[in-house]
Design a protein around this ligand. Sequence first.
Ligand SMILES: CC(C)(COP(=O)(O)OP(=O)(O)OC[C@H]1O[C@@H](n2cnc3c(N)ncnc32)[C@H](O)[C@@H]1OP(=O)(O)O)[C@@H](O)C(=O)NCCC(=O)NCCS
Length: 157
Amino acid sequence: MAKGVILELHRNSGNWAKTVEEIVKLERKIFPKHESLAKFFDEELRKKNSGLLYLDVDGELVGYVMYSWPSSLYASITKLAVKEQWRRQGHGEALLEAAIQKCRTRKVSRILLHIDPLRTPALNLYKKQGFLVDTMIEGYYSSDRNAYRMYLDLDAS
Ligand SMILES: CC(C)(COP(=O)(O)OP(=O)(O)OC[C@H]1O[C@@H](n2cnc3c(N)ncnc32)[C@H](O)[C@@H]1OP(=O)(O)O)[C@@H](O)C(=O)NCCC(=O)NCCS
């Protein structure tokens, strides 16, 4: 795996605008319109209880994970993506582990996420990290796209 460093994007940092711009471009490329956060990324990130980690390899933004902790009861993984040419090198897993670690520090007991069951790479990754399927939500993404709701209990893991 190429060396890289996982960084947290800070609201007041000088690289905020450039980093958000890069991620918005990736969102548009990787996700269909109805699943893309591109339009709202900046707004989402400015919310008090949300965070973004990104992987930088020699100055290139290779992937990112967005998470939030709406209450003391649970946190959510809202987005995870790795650039296509950088996949299958352990970067997605490293980002997810880092986000789980961040959620642990918020002292929440459960992490929730939603995933299209047809997104096999992501589904396998979440299962590998111990997430379990809670329920299937029909029409979650669009009229013909469902989602699994998955959870990871932190005190049990
Ligand atoms: C999901 C995603 C982030 C995985 O990133 P990645 O860097 O390629 O993943 P890793 O190399 O860290 O793989 C970790 C595990 O994920 C699973 N996995 C990853 N790619 C897979 C593939 N093509 N097929 C099956 N399982 C896969 C495996 O369990 C793998 O563990 P292993 O290497 O021991 O088999 C990446 O495929 C992606 O960006 N997909 C598009 C966006 C997306 O679907 N995001 C999730 C919804 S928000």
